[in-house]
Design a protein around this ligand. Sequence first.
Ligand code: FEO
Length: 179
Amino acid sequence: MTLNKTIQDALNEHMNQEFYASYLYLSMSAYCEEINLPGFAHWMRTQSQEEYSHAMKMFGFIVDQKGRVILHPIDQPSIEFHSPLDLMQQTLEHERHVTRLINRLYELAVRENDYPTQVPLQWFITEQVEEEKVASNIVEQLKMIGERGDALLLLDRELAKRGSEMANGSMGLISEPSL
Ligand code: FEO
C-alpha cells in the first residue's frame, strides 16, 4: 500500500508543525536563559529535541510508505514571553493545538480507510495525553509558587534534572516534584 495524496499532504503538513514546535521550544529556551532559569532552559531545549524527533517519526513513516517528503518553510516562532507562568501556559495551549491537529489527522486516516497511517497516529495520540498532562502540572505548580522566588528556584532545579527521553517520547517531568 502506498500513501494517497491527501494523506501524504496531511502528513507533510503535520511534520512541518512538529518542526515548528521544535523551533518554538528553542525560542522559549532562549527566553529562559535570558531570565536566568537554566533548569527551565534545559527542559525547553530537551523538549525542542523531542519535537524534532516527532517530526522525524513522520519523516520516517512517509519514507517507509513510499511517499514523497516535502519540507515546507518553518514559521518564525514567537519571542513574546512575559513570565515563567506565561511561558508554560503558552506551552500548554500549543500542546492542546497539536492534539487537535493529530485528532483531525486521525479522522482523515479513518475516512480514507488508511489503516497503516492510523497505527503511528495512535502513538501520537497517546503522546499528546502525556504532553498536555506534564505542561498542565507545571502550570499548576507555577500558580502555587506565585511570587515566591525561592520556590521558583527549587522548581528550576527539578526541571534541570530532565533527561533526554527521545527514545520513549515522554516529556519526562517527575510527576511530583518536591517544592
Ligand atoms: Fe510533538 Fe509536543 O507534540
